[in-house]
Design a protein around this ligand. Structure first.
Ligand SMILES: NC(=O)c1ccc[n+]([C@@H]2O[C@H](COP(=O)([O-])OP(=O)(O)OC[C@H]3O[C@@H](n4cnc5c(N)ncnc54)[C@H](OP(=O)(O)O)[C@@H]3O)[C@@H](O)[C@H]2O)c1
Length: 262
């Protein structure tokens, strides 16, 4: 590696992660790209190194495997990155009765455990210079429980609350922490799970390029939470106001009248 700032991108072998890798290389970051498919990473790394003159390392890791995750954590702690894009994720979509407990656990290991451990490792590195960007890819399904998406929507709700809580912990520091909530994006996400490209109507999708460009614009603007397809920002403010009113009420120390025994 050169002595330039390093951006680490998980799930860089396709889709959103590959576009992040491209955009960060274009901004001059050296890259550490992570996913399971070594061939894809190598091809992308070779091209980005050649086109942008940056140094690229590729680590073929199964992040759902704790033994494979540990070396990446150690690297982030010992050699602080400038940016971590916590993007690797899987859907495990389908009725839980069919997909089974092992698939749901594997999803949680990747979407929740790996993202958590890598966030904490990156933050350990960032604290050394009080600088760094942590970007966690959640989803709009954080707000959308669904039959067929039990662990997936649960995992993305975790990512959102986890990331928002870290933002509070690091408020006032030089470290930026962003949650990105994509809606449907045209990637291999659905086909890699054996699902058709018609999970959502064609018009519901945006491209990974548009998603990443908007997310990076949001980061640059200092946004904590970026929802690229939210056309009416006031909706978020309304949700926040309702959430705060709900929370203020439920810590009032009173049981609701409707639960009083008759
Ligand atoms: N597409 C959408 O509609 C959508 C919407 C909202 C949020 N998201 C989120 O966006 C993120 C990226 O998804 P995408 O749409 O770009 O899908 P994608 O093209 O399928 O990319 C997923 C990436 O994660 C990597 N990955 C999967 N399992 C892994 C594992 N066990 N260890 C390491 N890497 C692993 C994959 O690489 P390998 O297979 O080579 O390991 C791939 O690079 C995910 O977190 C997803 O939940 C997507």
């Amino acid at each position: 590696m050169s002595n330039k700032a390093v951006a680490v991108v998980t799930g860089a072998s396709s889709g959103i992660g590959a576009v992040y890798a491209e955009r960060l290389a274009a901004r001059g970051y050296d890259l550490l790209l992570v996913a399971r498919r070594a061939d894809r990473l190598a091809q992308l790394g070779e091209r980005l190194g050649r086109e942008h003159g940056v140094a690229v390392e590729t680590w073929a890791l199964d992040l759902a495997d704790p033994d494979e995750l540990r070396p990446l954590e150690a690297r982030l702690e010992a050699q602080p990155a400038a940016v971590l894009i916590n993007n690797a994720g899987t859907g495990g979509l389908g009725p839980t009765a069919r997909t089974g407990a092992d698939a749901q656990e594997a999803l949680i290991r990747l979407n929740v455990v790996a993202l958590t451990r890598l966030s904490l490792a990156a933050l350990t590195g960032f604290r050394q210079s009080n600088a760094g960007d942590l970007v966690n890819i959640a989803s709009v399904v954080a707000f959308s429980p669904s039959a067929g998406g039990a662990s997936y929507s649960g995992s993305k709700a975790f990512v959102l609350n986890f990331t928002r809580s870290l933002q509070q912990e690091y408020a006032g520091s030089g470290i930026r922490i962003q949650a990105v909530l994509p809606g449907p994006i045209r990637t291999e996400f659905f086909s890699s799970q054996g699902l058709p490209d018609t999970v959502f109507p064609d018009t519901a999708y945006i491209s990974a390029e548009d998603l990443v460009d908007a997310a990076l614009a949001g980061l640059g603007a200092g946004e904590a939470i970026t929802v690229p397809t939210l056309l009416t920002p006031g909706r978020w403010d309304e949700m926040e106001a309702a959430r705060k009113a709900f929370l203020a009420e439920v810590v009032g120390g009173q049981v609701a009248e409707r639960y009083n025994p008759a």
